[in-house]
Design a binder for this molecule. Structure first.
Ligand code: 0A1
Ligand code: ZN
Length: 838
């Protein structure tokens, strides 16, 4: 380590501080090649303090670590026989003593020495400088990364891997070597990731004018990884579940996810690596922006409307739930005990929505001018969210002072809408009022800037013209005060309001509409995102009435209105599949002040059955038609994906009808499909029924795929999600299978975390679900605290449960807390428990 000390701390005689970890065994410390005596350094609270009278010097430390016993998937660890790393956010200090903070940028040279037979694949960041055989049957490689980077972007791989290679010529004519590594035998499954990488490189040049900067780009797929992927400079490391695909083992969704995650990690090369975060409070600087970039990439390559609906749905169900929970935090948090707990839907997804508002308000060219400024000013530095906004102010020419409230305030803003139309003067008046509920540590909020895209629709669904002084060219009004009024003149007939089109702002629109008006809105809405939300809201409202006992059952007009799109001439089948999607349980419960899971589930099941019986003829007709049209070899292409989406959604409902012939149809599809999307979809839908045909299909599935790790782990999730009384016993049976590995992040998440989302059997009145889950958390916390902490966040809705359930959960959380108290790295677990119970 070359240390150049700053004047002030040197003159004060302060020691140099290097972060470490209790598992590091320090062997030697030397300065400029000379070992220093023990009195010149000390270790306190895992940090190494070195004193020297030299201002600039080369510091060497030698440590011993044991990656084989490291099951945390942080630092340098072993995944089967492969050595691999995960340094972000604070893993480097588990490998050696180092100033392990994102604003310390260094040029890294890495030398790896290993047995040449056992570890022929030796990789690190940057360019390969030399590769030599040395005595003792060993190999020595040297990698050099010319770009200064924080320690969290360092990576190292040592193993015996297979690979595929290709190349990409950048727009300035540089040829880049591309490699994707995986376990030997899986090479063929890597081509989709490779093609996704090439598409990402091209797209970043075309849309953001950003070119790759090294001679080589590598992706390595590993089975044990806590997240999807990691953007280490020039050497991305990925979870194999989002890298390897084939028609026989991956669903259409997985194909899509692989492409999006490859893109996300690649895009970090500029937003995250070339410009890094000054400290971890700034995490959304790189994550919010990179999510926005990967979402734009997917939207440019696929159906923009469908991508937007899926992203909006994620925010509305998962991020809104977090924003309403005791773990709510601003996208730029103010304080934390452990940054590991802040890789959240808020920092990532809401962070991206916040940047998207700038894009929506000021348009692509102003936004790109802001991005250009950002790189001009800050390339090669570690910066803050304020710096990004400063660049955006310069690029767009707009003042973003008030906009910054989105960075500092947590909670989902509400916008209350009231409107009136004066037939005589032909003026439509819109009154908006914004508010934001209190969140931990923030009682009162300042008004946000809320951009709302608006259209006024006629009874026939045509867009009405109007004159409004306060609306922008792209049809956006900006709500800046607590209360504001907007008037629209020359409106020829009484309009139906379409507000927050395309979900321009991540807010909840509160509009007091009668059922009749909601149905009308659903029929005329021409913005796909709003059309989707209108359907979701309509159904959620009705579900809530039934859950709260205000209504007995669904009326026919709801069932009819919700299914109307099945009879329409909409050409995009993916859209229809989404329009008839059920609201998720989290969406429904997030609007309840007290949750009764049985009632929620019961009402959803009852809706599905009614819907299926009412529309069964049409559903069956669509199923058969699409099935016929898809009768050829599987391809992951837009039009086929859309057909499969609708076909499988329709099959889901047909099975919900509980009619034997339709359950058999599902069984037949599960057994005979020529692609994994159809097999898995049919099996998932059957899993909802208590038919014996599910047991048969499930058994066959297990026998067929038991040796395919990527597939069998999906089956674990399917079993854990079943709405069946036997679910806990079934899970315990899976635990005994030799295919289930209880220290592998993917396996434990797919089995146990999925179970924690099983509304009824996880929340069973007798507490058996909570106890089982807590037992697992205690076990997992011993070796992988990150995963354990994520599991505990599943109790986010704790305060909305009845008092007996609260008491049960509290007891389990206290039990977990007591058992982890003396463990290393327990602070991140305790932080989540304390938040949840606060
Ligand atoms: N930076 C990665 C996410 C990531 C974060 C932490 C990890 O290990 C604890 C792994 C990956 C991304 O945004 O893709
Ligand atoms: Zn990221």
């Amino acid at each position: 380590l070359e240390i150049n000390r700053d004047e002030e701390s040197f003159l004060k005689g302060e020691p140099v501080l290097l972060n470490g970890d209790e598992d590091l065994k320090l062997l030697v410390v030397s300065i400029d090649g000379v070992e220093i005596p023990t009195k010149s350094f000390k270790i306190e609270e895992n940090s190494l303090y070195v004193t020297s009278d030299k201002k600039n010097f080369v510091l060497q430390t030698r440590v011993e670590i044991d990656p084989s016993s490291n099951k945390s998937c942080m630092g340098l660890y072993k995944s089967k026989s492969l050595y691999c790393t995960q340094m972000e956010p604070e893993g480097f200090r588990k490998v050696t003593f180092f100033p392990d903070k994102p604003d310390v940028l260094s040029k890294f040279t890495t030398t790896i020495i290993a047995d040449k037979e056992k570890y022929p694949t030796l990789l690190s960041n940057g360019n390969l400088i030399s590769e030599t055989e040395i005595a003792g049957g060993r190999k020595k490689v040297i990698w050099e990364d010319p770009f200064p980077k924080p320690s969290c972007l360092f990576a190292l791989i040592a193993g015996d891997l297979g690979l595929i290679s290709d190349s990409f010529v950048t727009k300035s004519g540089k040829k880049v070597l591309l490699e994707v590594y995986s376990d030997k035998g899986n090479e063929d499954l890597c081509w989709h990731a490779m093609n996704s990488l090439k598409k990402s490189m091209k797209w970043d040049e075309d849309r953001f004018n950003l070119e790759y900067d090294l001679d080589r780009f590598m992706i390595v797929a590993v089975d044990d990884f806590n997240f999807g992927g990691m953007e280490n400079k020039g050497l991305n490391i990925f979870n194999s579940s989002v890298t390897l695909v084939s028609p026989e083992t991956a669903t259409d969704r997985t194909y899509f996810r692989v492409e999006a995650i490859v893109a996300h990690e690649y895009f970090h090369n500029w937003t995250g690596n070339r410009i890094a975060c000054r400290d971890w409070f700034q995490l959304t600087l790189k994550e919010g922006l990179t999510v926005l970039r990967d979402q734009e990439f997917s939207s440019d390559l696929h159906s923009r409307s469908v991508c937007r609906i899926d992203n909006v749905d994620y925010v509305r169900s998962i991020q809104f739930k977090e924003d309403a929970s005791p773990n709510a935090h601003p996208i730029r948090p103010e304080s934390f005990t452990s940054i590991d707990n802040f890789y959240t839907p808020t920092v990532y997804r809401k962070g991206s929505e916040v940047i998207r508002m700038i894009l929506s308000m000021y348009g692509e060219s102003a936004f790109q001018a802001g991005m250009k400024k950002y790189f001009e000013l800050y390339d090669g530095q570690s910066v803050r969210t304020e710096d990004f906004l400063h660049a955006m102010e310069l690029g767009t020419g707009k003042d973003l002072t008030q906009f910054k409230n989105w960075y500092s305030q947590a909670g989902t803003p509400r916008v209350k809408v009231t409107s009136s139309y004066n037939e005589e003067s032909q003026v439509f008046t819109l009154k908006l009022e914004q508010s934001c509920p209190a969140t931990p540590g923030q009682i009162k909020k300042k008004p946000f800037v809320i951009p709302l895209k608006i259209a006024l629709l006629s009874e026939e669904g045509k867009e009405l013209s109007f004159i409004c002084e306060k609306i922008s060219e792209n049809s956006i009004i900006e709500l800046r005060q607590k209360n504001e009024e907007f008037s629209f003149k020359n409106v020829l007939s009484k309009p139906i309001l379409s507000i927050n089109r395309n979900f321009t702002a991540p807010v909840i629109i509160e509009e007091d509409l009668s059922l009749e008006k909601r149905i009308k809105h659903l029929c005329v809405e021409n913005d796909p995102v709003n059309r989707y939300i209108a359907g979701q809201n309509l159904l959620t409202e009705e579900l809530l009435k039934i859950i709260k006992g205000k209504k007995n059952d669904f009326s026919e007009e709801i069932i009819e209105a919700f299914g109307k799109c099945l009879y329409s001439d909409i050409k995009d089948y993916s859209l229809i599949a989404r329009y008839i999607e059920l609201p998720s349980i989290s969406t429904v419960v997030s609007t309840l002040s007290t949750i009764n899971f049985e009632k929620v589930k019961e009402s959803i099941v009852s809706f599905c059955k009614k819907f299926a019986l009412f529309h069964s003829e049409k559903l069956f007709e669509i199923y058969q038609e699409l099935n016929k049209e898809l009768d050829y070899e599987y391809q992951w292409v837009e039009k086929d994906v859309a057909k499969r989406e609708l076909k499988n959604r329709v099959l889901f409902y047909l099975i919900c009808s509980e009619k034997h012939e339709y359950i058999e149809l599902g069984y037949k599809q599960a057994q005979t499909a020529n692609n994994f999307t159809d097999t898995y979809s049919a099996l998932s839908s059957l899993a909802n029924s208590n038919s014996q045909l599910f047991d048969k299909a499930s058994k066959d599935f297990y026998e067929k795929y038991r040796s395919e790790n990527l597939v069998i782990q999906k089956w674990f999730a399917l079993i854990a999600s079943r709405n069946q009384p036997s679910v806990l016993e079934d899970i315990k049976r899976i635990e005994k299978l030799k295919e289930f590995l209880n220290d592998r992040p993917n396996h434990i998440s797919l089995l146990y975390k999925t179970f924690s989302m099983n509304p009824i059997y996880f929340n069973k009145e007798d507490g058996s679900g909570y106890k089982f889950f807590a037992d697992k958390i205690i076990e997992i916390a011993k070796f992988n605290p990150n995963v354990a902490a994520v599991f505990i966040k599943q109790f986010n809705y704790y305060s909305k449960l009845n008092s007996s359930r609260q008491a049960l959960i509290k007891a389990e959380l206290e039990r977990i807390k007591a058992s982890v108290r003396d463990m290393k790295n327990s602070s991140l677990i305790i932080e989540v428990i304390d938040n949840t119970l606060s």
